[in-house]
Design a protein around this ligand. Structure first.
Ligand SMILES: *Cc1c(COP(=O)(O)O)cnc(C)c1O
Length: 214
């Protein structure tokens, strides 16, 4: 399904992050050969293995939870980190990015699903985080938008409501905290089961894994 999903993304003007977790480099190279250059992993160790074994013009995205003590391993090359949900993690990313004189793009992860999880901000926490970083600039970080995961359910209307909620959070942050900042522009939402709903509701990045390989 890779070609169909890549065409869908391109026709809808959204970036496809090909989620490569659990797949071998041999399984991933055909996608690269078809032109895919943006890949996403949710674990640091696996990301490092793929980064080392695959061509160097790939943009790597970290989409899963990131522990502060692992930031140093990915700081030299990571393009975008989708899973930032604390000031202390941002400060660590700032410190490590500075060492390599790089700018790392980050997305703020919001908890929009019904399932309990310790990861992701609610709207108020997100506002508090953004207010905090506005008072202490992080020159090696580009806060580029938001990320979220919908509830795992067949209820399409519920999924749609959750994506609408994330879009509303994005719009509020954009208007109140990032006006005239063109770099605050990304809404990362939608996976194999729900990327079409996400694109309809304003996703600019979809993160698709399993559906690419069927
Ligand atoms: C695994 C994963 C995806 C992709 O999930 P699929 O259902 O395989 O498309 C997207 N986002 C995150 C954060 C993931 O961990």
């Amino acid at each position: 399904m890779y070609q169909a999903i890549a065409a869908y993304a391109s026709n809808h003007g959204v970036t496809l992050v090909a989620v490569s977790k659990t797949r071998s480099i041999e399984e991933l190279m055909p996608l690269y050969q078809e032109g895919q250059r943006v890949f996403g992993e949710n674990r640091v160790q696996e990301l490092l293995t793929k980064y080392e074994g695959m061509p160097k013009d790939i943009q790597w995205h970290l989409i899963g939870h990131l522990q502060s003590n692992k930031v140093k391993y990915i700081a030299p090359f990571i393009h975008t980190i989708h899973s930032v949900d604390s000031v202390s993690l941002l400060e660590t990313i700032q410190r490590e990015a500075e060492k390599y004189q790089r700018k790392i793009r980050v997305l703020l992860q919001f908890h929009i699903a019904e399932e309990e999880t310790k990861f992701g901000l609610n709207e108020e926490e997100g506002i508090a985080l953004v207010e905090k970083i506005q008072s202490s600039p992080l020159p090696n970080i580009e806060v580029a938008g938001v990320m979220g995961m919908a509830t795992l359910t067949d209820n399409k209307e519920k999924i749609r409501r959750e994506f609408v909620h994330l879009k509303r959070i994005f719009s509020r942050l954009e208007k109140e905290y990032f006006p005239e900042q063109a770099s605050f522009c990304e809404i990362s939402m939608g996976m194999s089961g729900d990327y079409e709903i996400a694109a309809e509701e304003g996703a600019t990045i979809i993160r698709v894994g399993s559906a690419l390989f069927v």
